[in-house]
Design a protein around this ligand. Structure first.
Ligand code: C2O
Ligand code: CU
Ligand code: CU
Length: 523
């Protein structure tokens, strides 16, 4: 195992001798905005069938808890027809299997790192840390970047599933290599239901469909091509939905609910339907909105989740509707990144239940009742490029490590409501900012009302070019949690810091280390 100076530094083990080691090269020489594969070898949009990731089955269930075993392992995948692509999947599936759980049932997920000792191309050690994004997990189960599990080790993560129904996702958060690990395939959805969500007549079951959107570039040998454009972002010329390039889905003449997750490393999307018809947004990161919002177009940054309902009863059988992307600025676009997938309307026979969107969804979510006047203080987070690093208030995760994890940007007491004013004073980049642990409400953007699709509980907010966004939240929980940009290249280099909710005794995020294989003990 060879660690770069930077890796050692992040692990806090840097010494005089290690400083002399050369910097690891994680990117191939050259940076290009050209496709690597000739256009004749690239998949043609709307030629491959849509599919839904498998649902993860528990290995054991008892009166309170569902137990799952997940093995992170290599898989040789057929993504581009005619080529083989080495990927890494949770249980060998890319994207990983969807977890479905009811509010109040605990889950324990054993995450086994069966990845190779080094990445086949980039030569780094693929340590992992699994984050369940959207869950107020205890610090030691939150996927803290420095709480790593090396190949040959495993860790059991415990999730309370106490919040409201929502679309969560689990993905890798391993120190310094999150972007590469997620691009290799370590990402999946996780659906939490509750009695309110179940009782609404919105689409459920087969009409409630996960859409994990990502992008990738492929080299001529089929391998993923890694180019982080001088640590600014990784962009692909191929857009994938649930791991399939530009798929076509057959739909019936009724309403469907799509759980849209932007799992791209660096790409944001501006959605529209080529029919010109609206999306009805019913849920945001933290679950159901107070009321549905009809929008013809909306933007979605990395890690944001939006549940949208589309009504295909407006179209005749035989009609094709295309989900398009008009691409927010500062993305790198290619010939076909302006389209994502297509829906072919095929029939009329369907179960007529749950085919509506009521005018009220969750009008009483306390997060959405918070106002600036509830806050005991306002804090500022400045997103800045400094000494060729991405920083938050001038800090990087290296600074956090060097402080022996003492450095925090904020230290609210448990129960405090705070306003955070997040500022991106650059015109050159956008930063989707994620605050772990909490759900927040977006108060305003550059002093104006949030966009219609953001009028629900959130945990990631798009902080666009020259934007200042204010969010309000109540801190419940205790301990240290990360704050970072969800452009995973920015996160790795090194736009990540933390806050601490101060409450009696709190657990150290590194207090439950992984164990070495073979697995011992029942799960
Ligand atoms: Cu989705 Cu800290 O991550
Ligand atoms: Cu998170
Ligand atoms: Cu960023």
């Amino acid at each position: 195992m060879s660690l770069s100076r930077r890796d050692l530094m992040k692990l806090g083990v840097v010494g005089g001798a290690a400083l002399a080691l050369p910097l690891e090269r994680t990117v191939r020489a050259g940076s290009s905005t050209q496709s690597r594969l000739a256009s004749s070898r690239l998949p043609r949009p709307f030629t491959l069938p849509f599919r839904v990731p498998p649902v993860l089955q528990p290995s054991r269930v008892d009166s309170t808890t569902d137990y799952y075993k997940v093995y992170m392992k290599p898989v040789m995948a057929d993504v581009v027809p005619g080529l083989k692509t080495p990927l890494w999947g949770y249980n060998g599936s890319v994207p990983g299997p969807t977890v479905k759980v009811a509010q109040g049932r605990r889950t324990v997920m054993r995450q086994v790192n069966n990845l190779p000792a080094t990445h086949p191309l980039l030569r780094y050690t693929p340590w992992t840390s699994v984050h369940l994004h959207g869950s107020p997990s205890a610090p030691e189960y939150d996927g803290y970047a420095s709480d790593i599990t090396n190949p040959g080790q495993y860790k059991d993560y415990v999730y309370p599933n106490t919040p409201t129904a929502r679309t969560l996702w689990y993905h890798d958060h391993g120190l310094h290599h999150t972007a590469e690990n997620v691009l290799m395939g370590l990402a999946a959805q996780y659906h939490l239901t509750d009695p309110l969500e179940q009782s609404l007549p919105i689409p459920h079951g087969e009409f409630d469909v996960p859409l994990v959107v990502s992008d990738a570039m492929f080299a001529t040998d089929g391998q993923l091509y890694f180019d982080n454009h001088d640590e600014s972002g990784m962009f692909g010329d191929v857009v994938l939905v649930n791991g399939v390039p530009w798929p076509v889905m057959k739909v019936k003449r009724r309403r469907y609910r799509f759980r849209l997750l932007n799992a791209s490393i660096s790409r944001s999307y501006q959605w529209s339907l080529d029919s010109g018809d609206p999306f009805v947004v019913i849920a945001t990161d933290g679950g159901l909105m107070p009321a549905p919002q009809r929008v013809r177009s909306f933007r979605q940054g990395m890690a944001e989740r939006y549940e949208v309902v589309v009504d295909f009863s407006r179209y005749p059988v035989g009609r094709r509707v295309v989900l398009g992307n008009s691409s927010p600025k500062n993305n790198i676009d290619y010939d076909n990144t302006n389209k994502v997938m297509a829906f072919d309307v095929v029939g009329d026979d369907f179960d007529p239940a749950d085919n509506a969107v009521p005018d009220q969804l969750n009008p009483t979510n306390p997060v959405m009742a918070l106002t600036a006047a509830d806050a005991v203080r306002t804090r500022k987070l400045d997103l800045v490029r400094k000494n060729s690093q991405w920083t938050i208030n001038g800090h990087t995760w290296d600074d956090v490590v060097r402080s022996r994890f003492a450095l925090v940007e904020a230290n609210p007491a448990e129960g405090d409501v705070e306003v955070w004013e997040i500022r991106n004073s650059s015109g050159g980049w956008f930063h989707p900012v994620h605050i772990h642990l909490v759900d927040f409400r977006v108060l305003d953007r550059n002093g104006a009302a949030p966009m219609a699709h953001e009028l629900g509980p959130k945990d990631v907010v798009y902080v666009g070019e020259n934007e200042t966004v204010r969010v309000v939240m109540r801190f419940e929980g205790r301990g240290k949690y990360m704050i970072h940009c969800h452009n995973l290249v920015h996160e790795d280099h090194d736009m990540m810091s933390q806050f601490e909710v101060v409450a009696g005794e709190s657990t150290d995020p590194m207090s439950d280390p992984c164990r070495s294989l073979p697995e011992d003990g029942e799960l």
